[in-house]
Design a protein around this ligand. Sequence first.
Ligand SMILES: [Zn+2]
Ligand SMILES: [Zn+2]
Length: 183
Amino acid sequence: MKIETKHLPSEGISLTFEVGAREFSVLNEMMDNAECAFDHPIQIQVEAAPEHDLIKVKGTLSTIVGLSCSRCLADFQEPLRRRFTLRFSNAIASDIGPAGADEIELSAEQMDLMPFDGEVIDLREAIQEQVILALPFKPLCKEDCKGLCPRCGADLNAAPCQCEVDTKTNPFAELKGRHWPAR
Ligand SMILES: [Zn+2]
Ligand SMILES: [Zn+2]
């Protein structure tokens, strides 16, 4: 997942990578904690081109992730796809100490820049971050997953449980005891 920047043509280059999730330290940890599963490699396609004194990297990543539904706890697989645009600079020192911090004032634009040393950009950290950003915050096996009954724990996708029937017999049960604002 490296880009040689030395002879990068102005029209840019196109690169593709196929990487197993185990090669990313944080994803590896997440898999060990059963937060997600990657049975398929991560496909990465990038276009890298010089942009003024920066290197612009535009890309797409895609894979299939295994997740647990946040409502019913069922395991399911979901395609993951994310587009990203990153800008790399070898002009910002990645090791600015407390002394140097006063002298270098970073503009808002520079804050978004990712540093690299020398003539090679290693995309590993940036790609890992993009995969994590692509993961759903609250995974759902399907948009209208009914989840588990909070009372008896039954999977309400399979069948309504007895508790649900009880509260649904009277459609006005929910309204009982509710105070409407006075007009
Ligand atoms: Zn579910
Ligand atoms: Zn129930």
